[in-house]
Design a protein around this ligand. Structure first.
Ligand code: S3P
Length: 435
């Protein structure tokens, strides 16, 4: 039976807190560790179902992955040319990152493979990654998943000006570029998360980055290494907003990744009036990490420019909850990409906000939310993990209980979300519900 969250008005949150490892970095560490020469150790790995999908895929191609603790793993790299044909189609579950990044890797392998996902993933656009891979010679049939990759092709490097800002597409092309003849050159329309570039460097694989242009060539190898993964700012986001909204709160979230390609949420909230300080800034390898101190502060609506979207791409569900509680209106423009996530996040968030008494509307790919008082009620997350957690936070500051339906996918990015919220004495329960 599907899970639902029952979230109730909660009192101030105080104290120290940590969030699980970064999802994007966890996927990348698995993939590069698998094709590296030698072993790779990973601390702070995110043991979520999305990352498990990538791990299982790589195991099905002959990679041995040992788990010492949930978040500590050892990968026995098979080397650049050491993957073997998987016996079965690869199940990516709900994970767009698994499907898109593995498409890049698998296009360059000598064997054929296919990738499929759950109902949500099978509906998401894949041409954005298939088209450039085909320009390199991958020979994949266009369309949505399942994706069939013929393999056995000699890929050729291309110069590709990406029509949309997508770190997943960029990463798929970097992975195929590790094998392609000549140079693979990727030009980004806006900067997106650069974890793949940083991780390639960590694995001693050279890439060149000049402004929006990234170049990779095939005549190098990834070398196994030791990786420490920061806490995921996209998971911290729910508690950053909760602490900003619940009067009297003062929360310290330790060891959070603050890569500048991911900190759009902090910039947006600060501009809305949030009190967030970035302390103890340091690095885990090439990834910047900090302790974030958040204090309650009344928020004001703002106009969020389209250029800010990529840096906060996964945080909009929770930003919309902040906007719903802010004084005045918040306008977001150029948010079309939100329609292609685990759900159409513009539509699902607007429907939920309206059910909780907040005025919200979209016009093409722009969105307008008028701040007010969140009422109790029942909303449906449509199995979108970030929407489920965003409405859980709405319940903490609502007038009455908020019930959120279809929350099973929260484990794709934040397996212990409920326990973490309860550790801060937030008023939330999960129960099974009838369909
Ligand atoms: C991700 C990139 C983003 C993000 C996703 C994770 C990644 O997707 O929304 O959750 O790990 O590269 P897009 O590349 O589609 O923007």
């Amino acid at each position: 039976m599907p899970l639902q969250f029952i979230s109730k008005p909660s009192s101030a949150i105080q104290g120290d807190f940590i969030v699980p490892g970064d999802k994007s970095i966890s996927h990348r560490s698995l993939i590069l560790g698998s094709i590296a020469q030698g072993t790779t150790t990973i601390r702070g790995f995110l043991p979520s179902s999305d990352c498990q999908a990538t791990a299982t895929a790589l195991e099905s191609m002959g990679v041995r992955i040992e788990r010492f603790q949930e978040d500590q793993i050892l990968i026995h790299g098979v080397g650049k040319y050491g993957l073997i044909a998987p016996k079965n189609p690869i199940n990516c579950g709900n994970s767009g990152t698994s499907m898109r990044l593995l498409s890049g890797l698998l296009s360059a392998q000598p064997f054929s493979s296919s990738l499929y996902g759950d109902n949500s993933l099978n509906k998401r656009p894949m041409d954005r990654v298939i088209n450039p891979l085909n320009l390199m010679g991958a020979g994949i049939i266009e369309g949505k998943a399942p994706i069939f990759i013929p393999g056995g092709k000699t890929l050729k490097g291309i110069e590709y000006k990406m029509p949309i800002a997508s770190a997943q597409v960029k990463s798929a092309l970097l992975l195929s570029g590790i094998y392609a003849q000549g140079s693979t050159v990727i030009i980004e329309p806006e900067p997106t998360r650069d974890h793949t570039e940083k991780m390639l460097e960590t694995f001693s694989y050279p890439i060149k980055k000049i402004g929006p242009k990234i170049t990779i060539q095939s005549h190098s190898n990834c070398l196994g290494c030791d990786i420490a993964i920061p806490g995921d700012i996209s998971s911290a986001a729910f508690f950053i907003v909760a602490a900003s909204l619940i009067p009297g709160s003062k929360l310290l979230i330790k060891n959070v990744g603050v890569n500048p390609t991911r900190t759009g949420l902090i910039e947006i909230l600060k501009q809305m009036g949030a009190k967030i300080s970035i302390n103890n800034l340091r690095n885990y390898g090439l990834e910047p990490v900090a302790d974030l101190q958040i204090e309650y502060s009344p928020l004001k609506g703002m106009v969020i420019p389209a250029a800010w979207v990529p840096n906060a791409i996964d945080e909009f569900p929770i930003i919309f909850i902040a906007a719903a509680c802010a004084e005045g209106e918040t306008i977001l423009s150029g948010a079309a990409e939100l329609r292609y996530k685990e759900t159409d996040r513009l539509a699902v968030m607007i429907a939920g906000l309206k059910r909780l008494g907040i005025q919200a509307q979209d016009y093409q790919d722009d969105l307008r939310i008028i701040g007010g008082a969140i009422q109790g009620g029942e909303v449906d997350s449509h199995q979108d993990h970030r929407i489920a957690m965003a409405f859980a936070v709405a319940g903490f500051i609502a007038k009455e209980t908020v019930i959120i339906k279809n929350c099973d996918q929260v484990a794709t990015s934040f397996p212990n979300f409920i326990q973490s919220a309860k550790s801060l004495k937030l008023n939330i329960e999960e129960i099974e519900h009838e369909i």
